[in-house]
Structures are given as C-alpha cells and as structure tokens.
Design a protein around this ligand. Structure first.
Ligand SMILES: [Zn+2]
Length: 668
C-alpha cells in the first residue's frame, strides 16, 4: 500500500472506530458487533505499525497505555478545583436553601446530580484535542495523569468541535470491574482494594499506563472550568454542552424549582442507589444560574452556591455471638467475630474480621455485645463500635489465648508486630495452611487439590508434608469423601504434571518467610537451581537487585534447617524439578559486552525501544538495570524529557548516553 492510500484508510478507520467507541462507551448504544470493532482495530494497528509517521495522538489505538513513567509531574490548576460543603440531613439542606434565597431571591432553581464515588479529575483540550488530564490534588496543584486518563474509553481524544476547554468530572470504577479486579487479586494472593474508589485512585496513580488500561475505568464529566468563556449561562446548559462535545455525563440529573423537589430526588435515590452499576455516596445540589452563582460567591474553602448531601453509611446493629480464632500459614492468630445474621447493603452478614487483639481492646468488644456493623462498598464487613449502654451484664470479656488453639504451644508477639503468632514449626494448623499454599495457583498450581481436599488428607494423616503429596496413591484418594474415579485420575495427573514446574513455583510454594512470588522468580533466575540457591551466602543474595537484608537472612536461615534439606532431598527423590526453566540473564563473566557487570539506569522517553525491551536487552548482555541513580550507577541512558534522574547523574558525574548511543552499543 502506498503512503497516500494508507493515510486515507487510517483516517477512515480512526473516524469509524472513534464513532463506534463513542456509541459504545459514551452513549451505551453499540451499533456494531464487538467482533467487527476488533477487526477494524486490528487493521488500524497493523497500518499504523507499517506507517508509524501516520499515527496521531487521537487515534483509538493510543488507549492501550504507553511508556512507564518515572513519576507524576505537578499540574497547577488554572482555576482552583474547590471542594463542596456537606449536608448530612434535611435541616442542613433547608438551611442551605434559606441562605441561597436570602442572597439571590426566590427566583432560583437547582440542579441535582448523583455524587459519584470516584476521583475528581480535570481534562484539558486544545483545539478539540485531548492534551492533559490531572488529579484534583489539593485543589490548586494536582498530578499529571494524562497517560492514564487516555486509556479510559469514555474520555474523547478529540471533541466534536475544535474548542479549547477545561472540563471537570469524576473518574470511577464500575462495580463489575471492581469485583472482577478484586477476584483476580484474591487469586494472586494480593491485597484487596477496600472499595471502588480506592481501586480507581490506585489505578490512576499507576506509573504504568498499561495497568490503568487494564482496570476498565469510566468517567462522568460534570463541569466546565471556565464556562463564561464558552458562553453558557447556566450549569444545566453547561452539562448539555458537554454532551454535545462528546463527553459522558450522568443522565440522572434533574432540575428542581424548590427544596421540596430536591428532597424528593434525594429520597428516591437513597432507595434506588444499590441498583446503580456504580457507587454513589451522595447527591450534589447546585444553583443553576451562573449569574446567581457569581452573586453568591465562594468562601475560602468552598462555593456558597453548591452543597453535597452525604448518604448515611450503611450500618446495622446486631449481636456478636462469639469470637473465633484461626491460625494462618505463618502462625498468625486472627480473631473473627461471629454475628447474628443480619442484612447490610443487600447481603447477609454473619462474620466480620477483628484483625487483632489491639483492635478488640481498643473497641472494648465483649462476647454477647450489641455491635454496629458497617459494610464499606461490597467488602468484608467490620465492627464499627459497641453499644455499651445496651449491655445486660451477661457479656463476657474476650481474652486472646496465651497458647495456640491448635497445638497448644505458647504464642508470642514478635517485635514491632501487632499479631500474636504460634512459632511451633510442627503446629498442625500451620502445616495444613502451608500445604494449601503449596498447591495454590502461584505456587505448584495443582488443580483439584483445594483447601477441602488438603484438609481431609491432612486430617486422615495421608499427608504430613509437601513431599507426601507426591506419594499419594489411587487407593488412598478413592477412599476420600466425594472422590470419584474420574476426579482421582485427574488429580493424579495434575500432581504428576506439577513435578515439571519451573523452580520459582516450587520456591514460592515452600513458603520461605518473606519470599513472595516475585522474589521467588528473581531468585530462580539468578541461581538457576535449588542447590545453587541453598548454597548462596547472604552477600551473594543481597548482591541481587530486589533482595534485601531481611529476605537474605530468612533464605539463609531456611536452608540451614535440617528439615528443609531433608524435604528438598525427598522432593528430588520423587522427581520434582529443581531447575529454572525460563530465560536467564547472562552473568557478567559470560559476557564480553560493555554492559557486563554494569548497573544502568534508564530515564526519559525512549523512541525506538520500550523501557522493558531496553531492560531485557541490557540484561541479556550481562548488565543490570536499576530504578534509581546512586553512586553505584555506572551509566545513565537519557531519552527525551529526562528529569530528576538525569540531573542527579550529572551531579554525581556519571557517564550519560543518549538513545542513539545505547542502540549502537546494543547492536554491536
Ligand atoms: Zn500452633
């Protein structure tokens, strides 16, 4: 295809895809099947790859997420982003209405909008082209999150008209995206986000825009930064204008002539709120006319012409029947409240985590207490407080045990920790949890061997350590409850297959203290075999980027244990693989490249290579790529717009290359 034809087709595809995207993400009215959209997108991607000079910043292909950033630049808001005063009840709203009418007279109307529980953002467009996205920050100075905002499908990259405008709104995570995200995190053993708002904020403050792109965020825009310049006279007109420009606005807004109508709107949404596909935490009420807004003015903190009504938190009262204790894999004892079943936010709640002893004491929780339980978003419920004035005298104090509920050895509180631990290495609860961890997805990933089966096998004394899993026989398994021929065959196959796993899976599965899945991979890559790792000294371990003193100590201590050595011998004997199977970085001795043994820092924007590609290439030549500049840095590669790292390198007198020089050396 020649350049001219390509240019024409690319324009055509961009327009089509922008149109379909707008219909799908903003209007929620898709006009073509997904497959057709995907096919056109693939065609565009291919063409843009072939003719990179024809790629434009408003191309729909630019939503996938670009280069990883070092840090967020600060952005000063041309017009400060004020926060709103709050109303918590009907009286607060009536007072607000009275103040407004006193100042501007009775001829006033309000616009009511749902208060989306997300993150306030400001978007800037020049001649209709999206140029910058920023967080609210402290209202005056926010952070430049342009790369992340660009990945949100409902944010137009080009407006319907070539205007220069700053608009404000909320970026949020829909409930469905939030649930899917947390499910995936749970499976990976990662910390869960407490609510969609935290998840949205966490996603937008990611330095890697690809992560933001994967999080399925959405937006509702609700204000124009400088409406007078645009020539609209009222807030409601401004919202219609935002629709006209191609933004997504919330359609549940309503114009109200009286405070009674406002209250009615609030009441109806208090009820309908759980049915929305996104979270709201209140209702925003604004005086519609900009002239009246100007007459009312603002205080130092917030405008006098608007107020945010906050819904009361969803809390209920129930009885705390009992406190249960469980012992985790690392021996941590966790108390859980057993509650009289009660409905909160549409679901029945009967357990709440109490986290640790300090929290129980702080809240003065007794068994038999009436307690207030809150459910934040759709997450694990918590006990907010105790209704001490409703005590009958029958309530019992709760004391954390001094001994492990499973093995009866004395519990200890390690320095600097709030948790009580059982430190008996033979504690059956810990061994059982350790076995469950060993077969989990990021570890040996043995399908069909879940928590229930492991607990059963352990209770029947068919397994007592992880090596025993590999000695299980068909006869033993078939004797278990609910185990048919077919599932036993599948299970034996899965166990057999897991023997071939690469070293990092086994390493993570062993549950060495402080060694997570990522560190296990780093260690496996660096040492190649279990024996090499077992023989490594603390110095050899800390020489590796990412392995700190504490983790190194923990690894050395583990391999010094006689039990560990025996266990590894046993695993070898049953045929479990002890080698790393992925690609290994070349050691300095094996390389004659200029990068061998050097610590390199990449900063700024590279044009020809992604940061990751450059890192891989340097490591393949025996170099080491670090994240920050220090005296130990040998070399800094500075791309376009390099910032503080370049300055620091200059200060320390470190050798500095541009991208061209890097490519030249990589290609030698
Ligand atoms: Zn124990």
């Amino acid at each position: 295809m020649d350049l001219q034809t390509a240019e024409q087709r690319i324009k055509e595809l961009q327009n089509l895809l922008n149109q379909y995207g707008y219909e799908y993400y903003v209007l929620d009215k898709p006009s073509v099947p997904d497959a057709e959209y995907d096919q056109l997108m693939q065609e565009l991607l291919k063409l843009e790859e072939e003719f990179p000079q024809l790629k434009t910043p408003d191309s729909p292909t630019q939503r996938v997420g670009g280069a990883i950033l070092d840090m967020f630049e600060k952005v000063e808001h041309a017009i400060p982003m004020l926060s709103l005063g709050n109303a918590f009840n009907e009286q607060d709203l009536r007072d607000f209405d009275a103040r407004v009418r006193k100042a501007v007279g009775d001829n006033v109307s309000y616009v009511c909008e749902l208060k989306i529980d997300g993150l306030a953002v400001s978007l800037r467009y020049e001649d209709g082209l999206f140029v910058q996205g920023a967080t609210r920050g402290d209202g005056t100075i926010g952070e430049d999150i342009t790369a992340n905002i660009r990945t949100i499908n409902s944010v137009p990259l080009r407006l319907m008209e070539p205007v220069s405008i700053e608009v404000r709104g909320e970026a949020y995570m829909p409930k469905r995206s939030f649930e899917t995200l947390n499910e995936a995190r749970k499976e990976r053993g990662e910390e869960l986000f407490a609510n969609p708002r935290n998840a949205a904020a966490g996603s937008l403050r990611q330095l890697d825009p690809k992560i933001a792109a994967s999080r399925k965020l959405d937006t509702f825009l609700y204000a124009i930064g400088n409406p007078e310049a645009i020539g609209v006279a009222a807030h409601s007109e401004g919202l219609d204008y935002l629709d006209h420009l191609g933004f997504k606005t919330n359609k549940e807004r309503r114009k109200c002539a009286t405070i009674a109508e406002v209250l009615e709107y609030i009441n109806s949404w208090t009820e309908k709120r759980p049915q929305l596909p996104y979270e709201i935490d209140g209702i925003v009420i604004k005086v519609d006319s900009f002239a009246q807004q100007a007459a009312l003015g603002t205080t130092a903190k917030s405008p006098r012409w608007a107020i945010a009504y906050k819904f009361p938190a969803e809390e209920v009262v129930t009885t705390l029947f009992d406190i249960e204790l469980s012992v985790g894999r690392t021996g941590v004892i966790t108390p859980t409240a057993i509650l009289e079943p009660v409905k909160v936010a549409g679901t029945t709640v009967q357990r709440a985590s109490l986290h640790n002893e300090d929290l129980i004491r702080e809240k003065d929780i007794k068994i038999g207490d009436k307690v207030v339980v809150k459910k934040a978003g759709d997450i694990i419920p918590e006990v907010v407080n105790v209704l001490a004035d409703q005590r009958t005298g029958e309530e019992k104090d709760f004391h954390m045990p001094t001994h492990c509920p499973e093995c009866e050895s004395e519990l200890v509180r390690l320095e600097g920790e709030v948790a009580l631990r059982c430190i008996n290495p033979k504690c059956p609860a810990q061994i059982r949890e350790g076995l469950i961890h060993f077969v989990s997805r990021d570890a040996m990933n043995i399908d069909g061997l879940g928590e229930k089966v492991i607990s059963q096998l352990f209770a029947e004394k068919l397994i007592s350590d992880v090596a025993d899993i590999y000695k299980l026989t068909r006869e033993q398994l078939i004797s278990l409850e609910r185990m048919g021929e077919k599932s036993v065959s599948n299970l034996l196959e899965a166990i057999e297959a897991s023997k071939a796993n690469s070293l990092e899976k086994l390493l993570f599965g062993l549950g060495i203290r402080l060694v997570g899945a990522k560190a296990a991979k780093t260690l496996a890559q660096a040492f190649g075999t279990m024996d090499q790792l077992a023989a490594a000294s603390k110095e050899e371990l800390t020489a590796i980027n990412e392995i700190g003193e504490k983790m190194a100590d923990s690894i050395v201590n583990y391999f010094e244990l006689e039990e560990a050595a025996e266990l590894i011998e046993e695993l070898k004997a049953v045929g479990v693989n002890m080698e790393y199977k992925g690609a290994r970085p070349v050691t300095p001795e094996e390389s004659d490249s200029v990068f061998a043994g050097k610590t390199v820092v990449l900063t700024g924007k590279l044009e020809q290579l992604s940061r990751n590609e450059a890192k891989e290439k340097i490591e393949a030549l025996g170099g080491n790529v670090a994240g920050s500049v220090s005296k130990k840095t040998h070399l800094v590669v500075a791309g376009a717009d390099a910032g503080s790292k370049l300055a620091k390198a200059q200060e320390l007198g470190i050798e500095i290359w541009d991208e061209e020089k890097l490519l030249e050396e990589l290609n030698k």
